[in-house]
Ligand binder design. Structure first.
Ligand SMILES: Nc1nc2c(ncn2[C@@H]2O[C@H](COP(=O)(O)OP(=O)(O)O)[C@@H](O)[C@H]2O)c(=O)[nH]1
Ligand SMILES: [Mg+2]
Length: 376
């Protein structure tokens, strides 16, 4: 029953996506390509403000899940931008805080030099307390309508022999945040060491984003809960849509093995992209191989496709070939209004991506369960 429900859900999503993109029977391929590109080219920019050593880098890793990153340093500043996602869509900007300002910068020009208005969310990280400059800065940011979340880092260290953790948290919340910034301020206690509060921080971030940017966050951030994982799958779906469209579009070659015109190179990129979004690293997969791999159908094949080394087109071709000629692929094709010879290739690529997401989700669920179990 679950399978049937899920299938209908997927098809509904596909239809909805076509509606959103205003794709009709006779929409030219170039126009659709353009819409698909713009659909996924939005970027999300999150700022991490705080003094050096307060735990910003560790927090980023906890939020993302120890994945490889590209970094870019803005000349003349101490600003490092960490970039994740396809088309550089998720940016974590390491803001130095006033303690890390380089000589020629002052607190006064921080706002302009660090382009504060450009952030979707600003995480104000602190370990013990905020200084007066920080307070003034965040009051101003709040007045400008910038979304701020206060993050008390290293909360595993929260300890006082005479007070409970709860009391300590309440005091911090009241005295450092509510009394200074108002009761509508958001404070999250996190520990990058124990991962305490990271899921809560994810929720706080997504609550402050519009649907498109939420999608970017769900795709790129590490799941700490089943509900986050579900949203991740849903968001991954859009990426699969994009790649399927590109794989079946112009330049796709007729593939004998698959009996359709499809660009296997693009599908390979899609597979890499999706596995990256689910954080299926070599290390995690290795661990699973020893434990409960029999719970996942075709685990070895999925693991090979998710490995961090280059995936061969041959492997992808074999994986795709399994779905060739299936009724369910034909069902997708029926939903696709695109004319021309690309419909079959789209259906097969899309179905492949969707099945791959499903397998990744299953594996990620098992990893998540194991991680939760470890903590107990
Ligand atoms: N106990 C504990 N230590 C942490 C935590 N996060 C970071 N640290 C430690 O604090 C130091 C500075 O962390 P880092 O992330 O580099 O701070 P940054 O300079 O703000 O990027 C490192 O030695 C980390 O190991 C945490 O959640 N708990
Ligand atoms: Mg750092």
């Amino acid at each position: 029953m679950v399978g049937v429900k899920r299938k209908n859900q997927w098809d509904k999503e596909l239809e909805q996506l076509f509606q959103e993109l205003q794709v009709e029977e006779d929409t030219p391929v170039e126009v659709i390509a353009e819409r698909v590109e713009s659909e996924l080219s939005t970027s999300l920019k999150i700022g991490f403000f705080g003094s050096p050593g307060c735990g910003k880098s560790a927090l980023m890793n906890a939020m993302i899940g120890e994945r490889k990153t590209d970094t870019k340093i803005t000349p003349g500043t101490n600003v490092t931008t960490h970039i994740w996602g396809e088309d550089d869509t998720m940016l974590f900007v390491d803001l130095p805080g006033y303690g890390g300002l380089i000589e020629e910068h002052t607190v006064d020009d921080y706002w302009v030099n660090y382009d504060i208005e450009s952030f979707d969310v600003l995480l104000c990280c602190f370990e013990t307390k905020l200084n007066r400059d920080d307070e003034a800065f965040f009051k101003e940011a709040k007045e400008h309508g910038i979304q701020i979340i206060f993050v008390r880092t290293k909360s595993d260290n929260l300890y006082d022999p005479n007070k409970s953790r709860r009391e300590l948290k309440r005091e911090i919340r009241r005295h450092l945040i509510y009394d200074v910034f108002g009761r509508d301020s958001k404070l999250v206690f996190t520990s990058s060491k124990t991962k305490l509060g990271i899921g809560k921080l994810h929720d706080a971030v997504t609550e402050r984003l519009d649907a498109k940017k939420q999608d970017i966050f769900y795709r790129n951030a590490k799941a700490y809960s089943e509900s986050f994982l579900k949203r991740k799958s849903k968001a991954a779906h859009r990426v699969v849509f994009k790649y399927s469209f590109l794989a079946a579009g112009k330049g796709a070659e007729y593939e004998d093995v698959l009996d359709t015109a499809v660009d296997v190179d693009v599908v390979t990129e899609m597979i890499e992209n999706v596995s990256d979004q689910f954080g299926l690293t070599e290390e995690r997969l290795q661990k699973m191989m020893q434990e409960d791999q029999e719970e996942v159908e075709d685990f070895d094949q999925i693991a090979a496709l998710s490995s961090e080394d280059d995936i061969s087109e041959q492997m992808v071709l074999e994986y795709m070939a399994k779905f060739k000629g299936q009724q369910r692929v034909a069902n997708i094709t029926k939903v696709v209004p695109v004319v021309g010879g690309m419909t079959a290739g789209f259906g097969l690529s899309y179905y492949t991506g969707r099945e791959f997401i499903r397998s990744c989700e299953e594996i990620a669920e098992l990893i998540l369960e194991a991680e939760i179990q470890e903590k107990k």
